[in-house]
Design a protein around this ligand. Sequence first.
Ligand code: AMO
Length: 443
Amino acid sequence: MSLANLRTHYTSQIDPQQLSDQKVTLAGWVHEVRDLGGICFVVLRDREGRAQVTLVKKKTDPEMLDTARKLVRESVVSIRGMIKPESKAPNGYELIPEEIILLNEAQSPLPMDTTGKVEAELDTRLDSRFIDLRRERTTAIFRIRHEVLRAVRSFLTDRGFIETSSPKVVATATEGGTSLFPITYFDREAFLNQSPQLFKQILMSGGLDRVFEIGPIFRAEEHDTRRHLNEATSIDIEASFCDHFDVMEILENMVAYIYEQVIENASTSLAFLGAELKVPKLPFLKLTYDEAIEIVNASSDEMLNWGDDLGTMAEHIIGEHVYKETGESHYFIIDWPTEIKPFYAIPYEENPLLSKAFDMMHRTMELSSGAQRVHVPEMLIGRIESQGLDPEGFEFYLKAFRYGMPPHAGWGIGCERLVMSMLGVDNIRDVVLFPRDRRRLSP
Ligand code: AMO
C-alpha cells in the first residue's frame, strides 16, 4: 500500500455536511479508547484536532471491533471509513470505520499523560518532549512561534531587508569575553558565536544596506533563571544610513505587526493557551536611562542593587510603573551610559558619556537591545580598548570599517523572550523545543 493512501484528510478538513456518507481516511494517534458495552469509541488525534470513530457492536465486523478494543493509547493508526454528521462529536462528525490499520503500537505505560488530566512537571515534559508535543497546548506554542517568525520574515522583507546567515563558529567574542563556549576547531581554539553582531555590521560595508538574520546565539552564562537559555534564537537586523531612532521605529512596528498576525492566523492556538493578545499601541514609550533610575529610586525603600545594569528587581519596578501609567507593556529605555554598553554603540557627539543605545522592554524583561553603531575606525579602536579588549583580535572586523563604512544601526530581539512575553508563559524553556540550559544537554 502506498503511504499516501494512509491519510486523505486531517481531522479538521472535514465538512460533515459536504462529506456526509463519503469515505475518508484519517491517520494519527489513538488518543482514547472507550468501550461502553454495546458501543466502542476510538478518539483519533492528529496535528489539527480529534475525530471520534464509532463502532456499534452489532453492526461492526467482530475482527475490526477486536482490533479497536485492543488499541493501546498513543499507537499510530490509519482508519478508513464513512463520515456521519454528529453534533455531539468533535468537529461535528463521527467516522464509521471500514478498516483500521495499526501502523505502530505504543508501549505502555507512557512516559507521561497526554490527555491534559494530569499536569506533568516541566522537566518530565522536556525529557519526553515528543510525547509532550502530542498535547494541544504544547503544539500551540510552536505554531505561534512559527507565525511569529513568518511575520518577521514578511515584515522585514517588505521593508527591503535581505535575509542573511553568519557563522556560528568564530574566533572572537562580541558581547563580552566571559560568556563564551570554547570549542576545538581542528588545532585551534574557537567559540560558539554569541551574536551575529560583527558580521551583520561587516555586511553594511559590503553595501547590502539592510539585512536580517534569524539564528542561534550561544551564551555560556551560568544563569539558571526562567528567562535565560544557553542557546537562544536571535532575530537581528542591521540597516545603513539609519540612526537608533530609525531602527527603534522598525522594531516597534514589527512587534505590533507580529501581534496582529498571530491574532489573525493563530486564533485556535491562542485559545488552547487561554492567551488574549492586545496589539501594543505605537509608538512605545521612551524613557531615558536616567528617568528609569528615578522611577526605581522613587518607588520603594527596598534595597535595590542593580550594579552596572538594570537588575531584575529594577526592571520589574519600571515595567509596573509604565504599565500603570500607560496600560502598555512595551517600552524603550534609551540614552544609556556609554561605559555599560558594548563597544559598538556610538556615543552622542554632544555628550560622549551617553550612547545612542537602547533596550526594548516588556513588563519585567528585556526583549531586545540595539544601537546606532560606531562607524569610524579610530573611534571603534578606542572603544574596544576602553572595554579592556584587544583590537588585534577584531582585525577582520575593523578592516571593514577602513574602506567606506556607512553610518548604521541595528538591534537583536530574542525570539523566545518575544514568544513567552506575548503568551504570558512563565518559563522560557516552555517555548523552546529542546532547551539548552545549565543542566540540560539532552534531548
Ligand atoms: P543582547 O545581548 O542584549 O544584544 O541580546 C539581544 C536579545 O537576545 C535575547 N537573549 C537571550 N535570550 C535568552 N537567553 C539568553 N541567555 C539571552 N541572551 C540574549 C534577549 C536580548 O534582549 N548584539 C546585540 C544586539 C544588537 O545590538 O544588535 C546583542 O546581542 O531577548
